[in-house]
Design a protein around this ligand. Structure first.
Ligand code: ATP
Ligand code: MG
Ligand code: FE
Length: 336
């Protein structure tokens, strides 16, 4: 089964051809990051316009690199939510047009399901059930995946997403957008125990997250140092902030897995490419005897291969969408 997958939920225009769910024949990503960097974040209208310009070329390249013709494609998979509505509509309208013109089934995919399914691509034996930690620019979810396409959200962020916290803290210490990779690199030159920032675990049995207090603590620290005319070491701030985030993410994920009696953990989303999170989670899983799956960094951030993988399992489950499928910017995981 060949899936042509399209992703345009945020600031990456992406297309991929995926064979039987787990074999990526092509994975083309046109990123707008350089453009949005000028504004310190994603500007929705600019994102939509850039998707329009890029999408045909990206799809053509995906088919060409895969060596697969449109006639050979079995279904079109496309992200239809959550994300920026104007950005989603570009990919969705394109997918519908292709599905109609080439007479192929259309399968709408939840963007976060795509992030989770990225784990199936390189790790061929990885299967549900498992506990997934989804940490991206807009989400921080602890998800119990009982089967393909079956998800239960155990915890979520009550304020900022993990990636959002990285991006905001990076701005405070003058590192620019997107902050995640910059903080990751800066932290390697800093001391993670230099500054004691809070670890927010919330109530004893809660799987929820909260990162806005930590973000404020960093802001207060920087302001206080400035007021006292003291030196600000951005490397120590980056390392100490990151340590606080990672301790909470790893602690809650391991606890959730133990509570649910699952011995497999998967990381997903852009923040899953964070080197400290990967290392700490590896250490914790080794200690517990848990199996851990982490996609390569290029499959953690937005891409269409993950959407193709998710669409394949939806295809097997019989999911087919009509040409009236609409974009849903606040689509819930596990709902259609
Ligand atoms: P969502 O998936 O929730 O809709 P999104 O698609 O914008 O949001 P992703 O592309 O999954 O988010 O991830 C982007 C986020 O990942 C950004 O916040 C970015 O700062 C963060 N990120 C990327 N690389 C790293 C890294 N090495 N360390 C920490 N964070 C990172
Ligand atoms: Mg992005
Ligand atoms: Fe994403």
């Amino acid at each position: 089964i060949y899936i042509l997958a399209i992703e345009s939920s945020c600031d990456e225009t992406a297309a991929a051809v995926v064979k039987n769910g787990r074999e990526v024949l092509s994975n083309i990503i046109s990123s707008q990051i350089a453009l949005h960097t000028l504004y310190g974040g994603v500007v929705p209208e600019i994102a939509s316009r850039k998707h329009i310009e890029a999408i045909d070329g990206v799809i053509m390249q995906a088919l060409q690199e895969a060596g697969v013709t449109l006639e050979e494609i079995d279904a079109i998979g496309v992200t239809y939510g959550p994300g920026l509505v104007g950005a989603l509509l570009v990919g969705l309208a394109e997918a519908k047009a292709i599905a109609f013109a080439a007479n192929k089934p259309l399968i709408g995919v939840h963007h976060i399901e795509g992030h989770i399914c990225a784990n199936y691509i390189e790790n061929k034996d990885f299967e549900p059930p498992y506990m997934a930690l989804v940490v991206s620019g807009g989400h921080s979810h602890l998800v119990y995946a009982s089967d393909y396409g079956k998800y239960e959200i155990l915890g979520r962020t009550r304020d900022d997403a993990a990636g959002e916290a990285y991006d905001k803290v990076a701005r405070v210490i003058g590192m620019g957008y997107p902050g995640g990779p910059k903080i990751d690199a800066a932290a390697k030159k800093g001391n993670p125990t230099a500054i004691k920032f809070p670890r927010v675990f919330l109530e004893e049995n809660s799987y929820d997250f909260s990162f806005s207090g930590l973000k404020s603590a960093v802001l207060n620290y920087v302001n206080k140092q400035k007021m006292m005319g003291a030196e600000i070491n951005p490397y120590d701030i980056a390392a100490s902030f990151q340590q606080s985030v990672v301790e909470v993410l790893v602690g809650k994920t391991i606890k959730a897995a133990k509570d649910r009696g699952v011995n497999k953990i998967a990381l997903a989303g852009g923040v899953a490419s964070n080197s400290a999170l990967r290392d700490e989670m590896k250490g914790a899983c080794e200690k517990e005897g848990f199996q851990l799956s982490i996609p390569s960094p290029i499959l953690c951030t937005d891409n269409a291969a993950m959407i193709g993988c998710a669409a394949y399992y939806e295809y097997l489950a019989g999911v087919r969408d009509g040409l009236d499928l609409n974009a849903n910017p606040s689509l819930k995981l596990g709902e259609r």
